[in-house]
Design a binder for this molecule. Sequence first.
Ligand code: SAM
Length: 246
Amino acid sequence: MRLCSGRDPAALPVLRAGNRPGAEVTLRHTFPPDPQISLRERMVRDQVERRGVRDPRVLEAMRTVPRHLFLSGLERSSAYNDTPLPIGCHQTISQPYIVGFMTEALALKEPETVLEIGTGSGYQTAILACLVRKVISIERVADLADRARENLLALGIDNAEVIAGDGTAGCPDRAPFDAVLVTAGAPEAPRPLLEQLASGGRLIAPVGGRSMQELELWTRTRAGFDQRRLIPVVFVPLIGEFGWKE
Ligand code: SAM
């Protein structure tokens, strides 16, 4: 297990995202405006908000996190396009709209702890880290986990912990989690991840075939689980003990 930082995330100041008129939300991290800010604002307005994502904290997190810094080479110039993009090791960073949609669906609250399965570049991890107290993210490909850790550290994000390994079994020694976000497609919602939800906890995951899935939203209730199907999606496969076999 490797940490992004040893600082106590509970001690972090909550910063006010006040660099735009009407930005009345609080995030745990904000970043100074950079030359890509107008592309990012357009991405949020045209790709995310216009398609129905409304949570002001999610929108503000997507406005402030510099998505281009999670991409390298030629892909960086396409960072704000309406598409998933390659991040190496045959994996992808998700389309901005899907990041916004999944994050909003979890209805996150500031003091919560989130488990993410499939760190990839670390971009979605950074969005989550702006919104909640603590993020634990597991990535199966060790090279990607290393790069994601570097990306998060470079931005000073110290409430996200990246672990290299098979995330389908979750992280039992750190459970329960208020929310679980799975960023790779599974044949079914992995049972260990559902079991590691706190009461009232939510899990979102792409579930279905290897080439197409639906986003499923599960909520742990006193009686068991509520399950809803949201929208069709296409994700890379979740490979592991409780996912697809290679
Ligand atoms: N959210 C990421 C981002 O912002 O860049 C993109 C995630 S990508 C669509 C899915 C990731 O899930 C890949 O990096 C892949 O290696 C990872 N993955 C697949 N199976 C996994 C498993 N069993 N445990 C952890 N990560 C897994």
